[in-house]
Design a protein around this ligand. Structure first.
Ligand code: 5GP
Length: 202
């Protein structure tokens, strides 16, 4: 059985990641979305175990200390991390997994699991990103300023990814992401066994 593909998907906060991924889920229902752990408080409508595992600082630090996290990072004062076990269980069973994570954690995954397919979604501009964050009405001005600053830092890291595209229009962005995920199945870095298998048959 072929191993599943690990996709790492990053985009600055407010870029429309959630909307794009909700639409992608309809196109790729078999794809597994990793649920992260975070010390951030839930926003309205967020459900524990669905959107995140909302954990205490103590529990989060314990998960990191005991090697339970594939990656983790601090973002705007809160900690976020990917519980490792379920991700590898899926990949080993041939199930593709997507991680929706910020860039520091993404670089940790790239380092420890180079076969990961790294995808970055850009906003049309920083000004548009700020407008989207303000329209969400869920954060204070101070938090929004922090997230905009963080966005500029994250965009500078995009050059380390395999694929990049702009979210100008949701349906176009979903289509692009779907095409990237489909074509990346043929990347050399995730097909080493295929090449070796054919050579072995000589
Ligand atoms: P939010 O607070 O808006 O839900 O997420 C803030 C940022 O943390 C987003 O860029 C999101 O992609 C990122 N994030 C969510 N889960 C994880 C995770 O498990 N690891 C890392 N490194 N970042 C995460």
């Amino acid at each position: 059985m072929n191993k599943g593909v690990l996709y790492v998907f990053s985009a600055p906060s407010g870029c429309g990641k959630g909307t794009v991924l909700t639409e992608l889920r309809k196109r790729m229902p078999e794809l597994k979305y990793s649920v992260s752990a975070t010390t951030r408080a839930p926003r309205d409508g967020e459900v524990d175990g669905v959107h995140y595992y909302f954990v205490t600082r103590e529990r989060f630090d314990e998960l990191v200390k005991t090697g339970g996290m594939l990656e983790h990072a601090t973002f705007c004062g809160n900690s976020y991390g990917t519980p490792k076990e379920k991700v590898f269980e899926c990949l080993d069973n041939g199930i593709d997994v997507i991680l929706e994570i910020e860039t520091k954690g993404a670089m940790m995954v790239k380092e420890s699991y180079p076969e990961a397919v790294m995808i970055f979604m850009l906003p049309p501009s920083i000004g548009e990103l700020r407008r989207r964050l303000e329209n969400r009405h869920s954060e204070t001005e101070e938090v929004i300023n922090g997230r905009v600053k963080e966005a500029a830092r994250e965009i500078a890291v995009a050059e380390n990814y395999d694929y990049v595209f702009v979210n100008d229009d949701v349906s176009e962005a979903v289509e692009t992401l779907y095409r990237i995920m489909t074509v990346s199945k043929n990347l050399v870095k995730i097909n080493q066994d295929l090449i070796k298998g054919v050579l072995d048959k000589c």
